[in-house]
Design a protein around this ligand. Structure first.
Ligand SMILES: *Cc1c(COP(=O)(O)O)cnc(C)c1O
Length: 240
């Protein structure tokens, strides 16, 4: 079942790459993040067996439970909102934190990373469509926030994360295009000691459009593992 869905997703990635509307500024490799949130650790095991090595979780507590049970080498991304009181745990658990969206979080994360002697890779999350229900910095806040992150020796800015609204395709495409343009602006800032190479855009419902518009990292849950039940984490998972 998973093997079959994985083949479908990989085929869709290749097709989308052939239809890129953007120059290959982000490279021709697309990283597939298997979003295992609200699924039990057995699903992580199954995904690993199918060859997946990069996992996305949206809550610190849930990720910690899984990482305690799943010890094989893998790369973990935090894709959900992060509260400043959980930064220490987040730094312990995640290779990449994709949801950095405000100055107070930058300061707290930098301290936590410094304390644990780690250079923490982060993405700056943008709320491009200005959706009230979603987190993320406003596009006009990007430059200031990026400078702030780049000035922290314990943080490594890798790029941007963004989401499109649930909307008709032209709207979704426009949002992803704006995300790509913001990514280009970020690269062109030429910030010291950063390597801006990651544009994380696209989920199960819209990743082909995101790749066509220049994304090189997609976060796929439902498309690989089916619908989330919000029951099987054993801790009363709530949808964000
Ligand atoms: C849950 C989630 C995903 C995966 O969503 P699917 O529609 O299940 O693929 C991707 N990105 C973020 C930020 C999420 O919270």
């Amino acid at each position: 079942m998973l093997e079959h869905k994985l083949i479908e997703v990989q085929a869709a990635i290749q097709t989308a790459l052939q239809h890129r509307t953007q120059p290959f500024r982000t490279g021709e490799q697309v990283t597939l993040i298997a979003v295992t949130k609200n699924h039990p650790v057995a699903v992580v095991e199954e995904a690993y067996a199918a060859g997946l090595r990069v996992f996305g979780e949206n809550r610190v507590q849930e990720a910690r439970q899984k990482r305690e049970q799943f010890l094989k080498p893998a790369v973990w991304h935090l894709i959900g909102q992060l509260q400043t009181n959980k930064v220490n745990q987040a730094v312990q658990l995640f290779d990449v934190i994709q949801s950095v969206d405000r100055p107070s979080l930058v300061t707290a994360l930098a301290k936590a990373a410094e304390k644990s002697g780690k250079r923490q890779a982060v993405l700056l999350q943008l709320n491009i469509a200005g959706e009230a229900t979603k987190s993320g910095a406003a596009p006009e806040e990007m430059e200031a926030l990026a400078k702030m992150i780049a000035a922290e020796a314990s943080l490594e800015l890798k790029g941007l994360m963004a989401m499109a609204p649930l909307a008709p395709e032209p709207v979704v495409r426009q949002v992803f295009r704006a995300g790509y343009q913001a990514f280009c602006r970020l690269q062109d800032m030429g910030l010291d000691k950063t390597c801006i190479d990651t544009l994380s855009m696209g989920m199960s419902g819209d990743f082909p459009i995101a790749i066509e518009e220049g994304s090189n990292m997609i976060r796929v849950g439902t498309g690989l593992f089916g619908a989330r039940t919000y029951k099987n984490t054993g801790q009363g998972g709530i949808p964000e």
